[in-house]
Design a protein around this ligand. Structure first.
Ligand code: FAD
Length: 391
């Protein structure tokens, strides 16, 4: 029931975006045309079955339904797509347009935004676990090109995504890795050739997944989860300037659609994502009751952050007790993710596991048997009780 409540709350959050954009005159490039998960190799077949069957059991079978390869081909034709599953209620946005719209509306409502400013919660012993027992305003150190200062806040919300891996109270519960996206030149005619004209988002069922969408001007943006794992909570250049990870994303695009081999890739970019032990986000309040956090979206935060914002608003304004969203199982102590081993094991383990996963999945896609050593490494997280990687 808790899972169903959470799924419904997420659904409602996504459905609320269109009316919000309309009410505030924001064009976020919202396309409500659903999401298609595909198998792009035999090892990915039926990856959705457990969840499509669970939806059917609770009477929501139409919201996430398995598709035959022929049905998949009506949405996009690829020589490597096999079966799939379709979620009609899903949507895509242009996240930069959404952020700019949110910024404008916030400013109109009198909210002060300090851009390009680093905020640091003082790290004294009383606050080691993010606790703050003082009664007065919480001092937050700020640094920007204009200089440094101190901001006094009644309540603090830490919503720094992957950067929170460097915040001591939660650092041990997050690992980070990068994801890179490549963007083609505009190819509306070529999209028509492969039959991908419905505006659906598409992802395969790899652990280091490929995820893709078309754009309003007829491009493909495809991301690959084959980027590097981070170290010690630091977010450095490897998260934004790693050519190899961008090339891996490009290879994924060519594999899905070999007929587009001659299409130019015009841009590529990458960024960090924060991963919890089971890929669920985690919202909560630190001891003392005034520092709140929303973290661990595990690379899937664009829609969930709408719900996350509501939860954090309830926590920060003292309404959590009566708030339906704040009662979800992704909030509070019971949602605390399992801790990862300390550094250097955390970073080293994440790097070795991640590279092994990429090699395993590349081999499976090429029809080769991954080596025993690679298979053994990819199974380690599950053996240790983390919900990461294959069984
Ligand atoms: C390449 C890539 C592709 C992605 N694709 C998808 C996708 O297709 N679908 C999806 O749902 N999600 C996707 N994600 C994940 C998604 O972007 C995140 O889950 C989402 O942005 C989380 O929102 P957020 O507001 O919590 O954090 P963010 O949007 O990351 O914002 C956190 C902000 O905090 C700032 N910050 C950090 N530390 C400090 C500090 N000390 N002081 C002040 N500011 C600080 C950062 O600069 C950043 O601007 C992708 C991520 C990447 C990198």
């Amino acid at each position: 029931m808790d899972a169903l409540r959470t799924a419904r709350a997420l659904d409602a959050a996504i459905a609320s975006l269109g009316p919000w954009c309309a009410a505030h005159g924001v064009d976020a490039g919202l396309v409500e045309r659903g999401f298609l998960q595909v198998s792009a190799a035999p090892s990915q077949d039926d990856a959705w079955l457990e969840s499509t069957e669970a939806c059917a059991r609770v009477g929501e079978g139409e919201r996430w339904r398995a598709q035959s390869s022929a049905e998949v081909a009506t949405r996009a034709r690829s020589p490597v797509f096999r079966g799939g599953a379709f979620m009609p209620g899903a949507a895509t946005v242009q996240p930069a347009y959404l952020v700019r719209g949110l910024r404008r509306v916030a400013l109109e409502q009198g909210i002060v935004i300090h851009e390009r400013t680093t905020a640091t919660l003082p790290d004294d012993p009383a606050r080691r676990h993010g606790a703050y027992w003082g009664r007065g305003p919480i001092p937050i150190a700020t640094t920007s090109a204009e200089g440094s200062g101190v901001l006094a806040a009644g309540e603090v919300v830490v919503a720094t995504n992957a950067w929170a891996a460097g915040w001591r109270p939660v650092a041990g519960r997050l690992i980070t890795w990068s994801s890179y996206v490549v963007l083609t030149e505009p190819i509306p005619d070529r999209l028509a050739e492969i039959g991908w004209i419905g505006g659906e988002g598409i992802a395969d069922a790899r652990f280091t997944l490929h995820y893709a969408r078309t754009t309003a001007d007829g491009r493909i943006a495809l991301g690959g989860g084959g980027g590097k794992a981070g170290w010690g909570g630091r977010i450095g250049r490897a998260f934004t300037h790693d050519d190899r990870s961008a090339r891996r994303a490009a290879e994924g695009l060519r594999r899905w659609f070999p007929s587009l081999a001659d299409v130019r890739i015009e841009d590529a970019w990458g960024g960090p994502i924060d991963i919890t032990d089971d890929h669920r986000p985690w919202f909560g309040t630190r001891p003392g009751g005034r520092i709140h956090h929303g973290l661990g979206y595990s690379g899937n935060g664009v829609g969930p952050a709408i719900l996350g914002g509501r939860i954090l608003a309830a926590l920060a304004t003292g309404r959590a007790r009566d708030d339906e969203d704040a009662s979800l199982p992704i909030v509070g102590d019971r949602a605390t993710p399992r801790g990862f081993p300390p550094e250097p094991l955390r970073g080293l383990g994440a790097r070795i596991f991640r590279e092994a996963m990429v090699h395993r999945e590349q081999a499976e896609e090429a029809g080769r048997e991954p080596s025993r050593a690679i298979r053994a490494v990819t199974r380690v997280p599950r053996r240790l009780g983390f919900h990461l990687g294959p069984e």
